[in-house]
Structure formats: C-alpha cells, structure tokens
Write a protein that binds this ligand. Structure first.
Ligand SMILES: Nc1ncnc2c1ncn2[C@@H]1O[C@H](COP(=O)(O)OP(=O)(O)OP(=O)(O)O)[C@@H](O)[C@H]1O
Ligand SMILES: Nc1nc2c(ncn2[C@@H]2O[C@H](COP(=O)(O)O)[C@@H](O)[C@H]2O)c(=O)[nH]1
Length: 205
C-alpha cells in the first residue's frame, strides 16, 4: 500500500525566542503525529541536557565526517559551533507518513527550503528585541559575550522572516502553540485537496 508522505515542519527563529519551549508544549499534546528530529551539534551540553534526547553531541571531527558523508539534510555554523539535521531519520519518518518537526536556526532552514520546497516553514518571532534579550538573559545559559553574539545574529535572522510561509509571534506559549497547530491543520487540509487518496476514491466510485 502506498503511504502519503508526511509533512516536514520547520520551526525557526532567533535564539531565545522560545522555539524549544513551544516545541515541548506542542509535543506534550496527545495524537499529534509529530516526530522530533534530534539535531547533531558540537556545542557542549548545558546542565541537564542529555545526549540522544536534547541533541546528539559530537566532536568537531565526527561532525565534519557527517558533512563529508552526506549524513545531514542541512547544517550550519552558529556562534562558533556546528548544528545539523541527520537526514536518515527525517527521510524514514516522511516515507512512513509521519510529520517531522525540525527546530533549527535560519541559515539551516533556508537550506532545507531549497531542497524541500514542499515543507512548511514557520518563523517564530519575539514580541520585541528587548523581550528577546530578557528571555536569553533570564534563561541563564549564556555568557554576556555569547548573549551579545546571539542578539547580533538575531537581528540578521529577523530580517529574513519574509522567506517563511508563516510568522508566528511567541507572545504567550499557549497562543504560539495554538497558531502553529492551526497552521499544521490547514496545511494538511490543503494537501488533502491534491492527495492521491481522494483521486483514488473517485476512480473506485
Ligand atoms: N512566550 C514566552 N513568554 C515568556 N518567556 C518565554 C516564552 N517562551 C519561552 N520563554 C522563555 O524564554 C527562554 C528561551 O526559550 P527557549 O530556550 O525555548 O528558546 P529557543 O528559541 O529554543 O532558544 P535557542 O535557539 O537558544 O535554543 C526560556 O527561559 C523560556 O522559558
Ligand atoms: N541549522 C541548524 N540549527 C540548529 C539545529 N539544531 C538546533 N539549531 C539551532 O541552533 C541555535 C542554537 O541552539 P542552542 O541549543 O545552542 O541554543 C538555535 O537557533 C537552534 O534552534 C540544526 O540541526 N540545524
């Protein structure tokens, strides 16, 4: 039996806007058919982060081997570390009809868009730059230098938001989740319109 391919959902946006928080809230809901793609990174684990759950933590040499051997759907160097999406997991889920969820920065999202124009690209935006900075500062995971670097990159990333299908403001986590859920539902309905399943139904009738 032919299975309809799953949807590739890319949530992107500046560091500290709340991508991880919103993603965890979305995944805490039942029956969402969403599968999270765990990224590889050369960044060192933060307190509480677990290898294989938060990230696949790699040495630089191992990451560079993954690049050379085409094991990554996309990758980017972000504020001194590599981050990338292992391609096999994404392909396997999509071919089994599962929706795959990537939570990645903007350079990587734009690479995915080139390769997978049929993906769903959502930019999570902060209510303001000052709120963005407070969120990174209050998270307490970065030094002052890193915060300034992340804020510098954030401004460049926000300028690219027009390349996305949707912009969702993360004012409150529950509002952002509800908007994203609506976007995913609408995208499924749009695809159903052209889906082989309905074409088959007409052939059988
Ligand atoms: N809507 C919100 N209102 C207030 N605080 C929020 C909101 N969403 C997330 N936060 C807080 O902002 C901080 C950054 O959130 P989070 O770590 O999810 O961001 P991120 O975009 O995943 O960051 P990074 O890209 O660096 O991994 C966290 O302390 C989180 O609790
Ligand atoms: N291009 C990619 N970006 C990724 C990936 N996984 C995470 N990220 C993004 O990197 C920054 C920094 O993350 P942090 O955990 O160090 O705060 C953030 O914007 C992440 O969304 C990936 O596989 N590819």
């Amino acid at each position: 039996m032919n299975v309809e391919r799953g949807l590739l959902i890319v949530l992107s946006g500046p560091s500290g806007v709340g991508k991880g928080t919103v993603r965890k809230a979305l995944f805490s809901e039942e029956n969402n058919n969403l599968y999270y793609s765990i990224s590889a990174t050369t960044r060192k684990p933060r307190e509480g982060e677990v290898d294989g759950i938060d990230y696949l933590f790699k040495e630089r040499e191992d990451f560079e081997n993954m690049i050379e051997n085409n094991k990554l759907l996309e990758w980017a160097e972000y504020v001194g570390n590599y981050y990338g999406t292992p391609v096999d997991y994404v392909e396997k889920c999509l071919s089994e009809g599962k929706d795959v969820f990537l939570e990645i920065e903007v350079q990587g999202a734009l690479q995915v868009k080139k390769a997978f124009s049929e993906g769903l690209f959502i930019f999570l935006a902060p209510p303001s730059l000052s709120e963005l900075k407070s969120r990174i500062v209050n998270r307490g995971t970065e030094t002052e230098d890193l915060i300034n670097n992340r804020m510098r990159v954030a401004k460049e990333e926000i300028e690219l938001m027009d390349a996305y299908d949707y912009v969702v403001e993360n004012d409150k986590v529950e509002n952002a989740c509800s908007r994203i859920r609506s976007i995913i539902t609408a995208e499924h309905c749009r695809r159903d319109r052209i889906s082989a399943r309905y074409k088959k139904m007409l052939e059988v009738e």
